[in-house]
Design a binder for this molecule. Structure first.
Ligand code: BGC
Length: 710
């Protein structure tokens, strides 16, 4: 790919500055079609004759450092007789500050461009223009850009062009664009502009979002705009930025004379509020708008109910996904992380795949998982690997089995299983090689029930036992490998024996479950033998805690499932509808517009639980939506007829709500299920895209594609 083109860069490595590479060329004749294929190490944006090429934000995206996606754009309409192509580069994810590596990696690799322009003339001639030593480069008006720290732009900076440096970087890394591009999705006007008690001017967009903003202003040369972003206000009503940790997330703009508009091009921010640190005059609503960006995934799932609080939770879950599906599934979009934490993606993948069409998105990310998985089978905790760990934790490494299997279930995609099978088996091999006990996973490091509320003082980890949780995930992933192998025609006897041995050993070793999360996992993974007793124990623990959960990252996604599968559906609803801390609706009542990382991100005194680990846009606990789709409204695909080729619709209503509805645009068509309380009874409205079994009050009805009322 791009075999005749050369990697070109600025001749020296200027930290965080953004070189602009330039090529002037002529079109000699009438153009039939013109295209450009291009990519960069770092991020790029390109213009031709001043017009932006394509709409891919932060191209070429975030991938394993082993590969770089190449983009192709149709530029026919931009070609004139005389053309100036400009491509501005930043260090981006490839080389910039991502994770805590502080730019120390790859000291000898510079942000670089490679591209090829193809001009097809109406008279049949074809002309190519390649990136090579005949290009020029200057440091650009973007005087600083970094994923975490924001962007600085100086409209008066004079670019001084010099010859580019040709670099001998490899072309083997080049692959076709695989994922969706990131694009601008919507704009939001300021909801209000106000002065805080500290006297600072703050703009509130009334929605925590991921993206950037566009400023428009009349200014004099040298006037400055300086903006800082925040997700929340503190209890006094002042802007709070400590939870961004070392991410500066700022914007500094030096104006030219006259009317001008600008939006950052090589960074993104997670924010609801903007503090106006400097602006020529008083800022007004017309001077700024927020621009939401995320991967170009299509919305497919909708939840709605008679409860405004629940509807806000549903909205927050959607915004959590919008804000964190930015080429990779990030943990959060604002602080100095924004990485593809595997555990977060794993707990949310089912909800994600109902809310949006994320098949391609996960195919891309799982390709990176495969590439970054070590020969030992160890799956890094963040994909793309930018963290440098060398161990997989339970529930995190299991993204390698759970995510592909869920994508298979939701979309009926067997190819993803074929592609990931080796990686799945490798992960099991890794566990086997590290564990200190055969058929269990013991003696290793884990994040475990991360942020569980039963954590010992000063710890982020809930008090569920590492070895139990790890062994349970070892069993669960082995089960997925068995099922996957069978689906794609592999001999899985070895794994079936392993699965049985793990199950026996866990049951022998762990006869009691000590926490809510341990009970949940034992029930949901089919480990508990006496389900009745364990579900009662779980229910009793929840009730003794004032009908409140204590679960963290591993227990929460399955909590309501473990209850409703064992006769405690009403208790599951009580947790879903609980408004006091800790609960999903607690954050809604505190004004959340996205899902919080921690149950008490803000406690009831208005204080923050921690400044280190307190994101207000962390989608993981939004995984509760899959219970609403799959249990409360009861829409499910049949496991051996995945992709909704055959459907089971088994709603589980509650009198606590007047109505609830769910709709999923599946690959086979619309599946929907709504129920309405009518006196003592319920009316059900159901639509199935294919043959379905509808189960109402325990009674089964076999129906064909169509809409039905029960
Ligand atoms: C991230 C999490 C992640 C975790 C590992 C955090 O810093 O934000 O979401 O899964 O580390 O436990």
């Amino acid at each position: 790919m791009l075999n005749n083109s050369k990697w070109i860069s600025y001749p020296t490595n200027e930290k965080f500055t953004c070189p602009v590479l330039k090529k002037v060329f002529q079109a000699c004749g009438e153009i039939k079609k013109a295209t450009i294929e291009m990519t960069s190490l770092g991020c790029y944006f390109a213009t031709l004759g001043g017009e932006r090429i394509g709409d891919f934000i932060l191209a070429p995206g975030f991938t394993s450092s082993k590969r770089t996606q190449v983009q192709k754009y149709d530029i026919t309409n931009l070609i004139k007789e005389e053309n100036e192509l400009r491509v501005t580069l930043s260090e981006g994810w490839f080389k910039g500050r991502i994770n805590w590596r502080n730019n120390q990696d790859r000291p000898n690799i510079y942000p670089a461009l490679i591209c090829e322009i193809k001009l097809e003339y109406k008279d049949g001639r074809v002309e190519y223009i390649y990136s090579d030593e005949n290009w020029e480069v200057a440091l650009s008006k973007i005087t600083f850009a970094d994923i975490y720290d924001g962007e600085h732009y100086d409209a008066n900076y004079e670019e001084k062009f010099i010859p580019v440096k040709v670099q001998d970087y490899d072309r083997d890394r080049l692959v076709k664009q695989q994922g969706e591009k990131i694009i601008e999705q919507e704009t939001i006007k300021p909801h209000r502009i106000f002065k805080t008690p500290k006297g600072e001017t703050v703009i509130d967009f009334n929605q925590n979002l991921t993206g950037y903003f566009e400023i428009s202003l009349d200014a004099k040369k040298g006037d400055r705009v300086k903006l800082s972003v925040a997700e929340v206000l503190d209890k006094d009503g002042n802007i709070y930025t400590e939870n961004y940790r070392t991410a500066k997330a700022e914007f500094i703009y030096t104006a030219k004379d006259g009317y001008q508009t600008y939006k950052p091009k090589l960074t993104f921010y997670g924010f609801r509020y903007i503090r106006v640190d400097e602006f020529p005059g008083e800022i007004a609503a017309d001077n700024i708008k927020a621009i939401v960006v995320h991967s170009d995934i299509k919305r497919t799932g909708y939840l709605n109910s008679s409860s405004p609080l629940l509807n806000k939770l549903f909205s927050n879950i959607i915004w959590g996904q919008k804000g964190n599906f930015l080429d990779i599934p990030t943990d959060c979009p604002q602080r100095d992380e924004r990485m593809g934490w595997t555990g977060d993606a794993q707990v949310f993948v089912k909800t994600a795949s109902y809310n949006y069409d994320v098949e391609k998105f996960f195919e891309k990310w799982l390709t990176d998982l495969r590439l970054d998985q070590a020969p030992s089978g160890y799956v890094p905790s963040v994909i793309p690997q930018v963290w440098g760990d060398d161990w997989s934790g339970c529930g995190w490494g299991d993204a390698s089995t759970i995510c592909p299997y869920q994508i298979y279930l939701t979309y009926g995609n067997r190819d993803i299983l074929k592609k990931q099978f080796k990686s799945m088996c490798g992960y099991l091999k890794y566990i086997g090689s590290k564990s200190t006990t055969k058929y269990l996973w013991t003696g290793c490091e884990h994040f475990a029930d991360w942020l569980g509320l039963d954590a010992p003082a000063g710890s982020y980890k809930g008090s569920s036992r590492d070895d139990f949780l790890a062994s349970a995930y070892y069993y669960y992933s082995t089960d997925i490998v068995c099922k996957t192998g069978k689906i794609i025609g592999k001999n899985v006897e070895k794994y079936e024996r392993l699965r049985e041995n793990i199950l026996n050993k866990i049951r022998k070793t762990y006869k009691e479950y000590k926490t809510q999360t341990e009970c949940v996992i034992a029930l949901h993974f089919g480990i508990a033998t006496d389900k009745k007793a364990v579900s009662k124990q779980l229910a009793d623990m929840i009730k003794a805690n004032g009908t409140r959960l204590q679960t963290g990252f591993l227990g929460t996604p399955y909590l309501l499932h473990a209850l409703s599968s064992n006769g405690y559906t009403e208790l599951a609803y009580n947790l879903l509808l609980q408004e006091n801390y800790p609960s999903w609706l607690y954050s809604v009542k505190q004004g959340a517009t996205t899902i919080w990382e921690h149950w008490d991100g803000v406690n009831d005194k208005g204080e923050f639980w921690s400044k280190d680990m307190n994101s207000f846009n962390h989608y993981a606990y939004g995984s509760v939506a899959d219970w609403v789709y799959g249990v409360a409204c009861g829409i499910n695909t049949v496991e051996d007829k995945p992709g909704f080729e055959e459907v089971v619709i088994a709603p589980n209503p509650t009198k606590k709500l007047s109505w609830l509805s769910a709709k999923i645009e599946t690959r086979k068509g619309t599946a929907s299920s709504a129920w309405y309380k009518e006196g003592d009874k319920f009316r059900y409205e159901i639509t199935t895209p294919t043959n379905a079994t509808v189960i109402i009050d325990g009674k089964e009805y076999k129906v064909e594609k169509g809409s039905y009322v029960f």
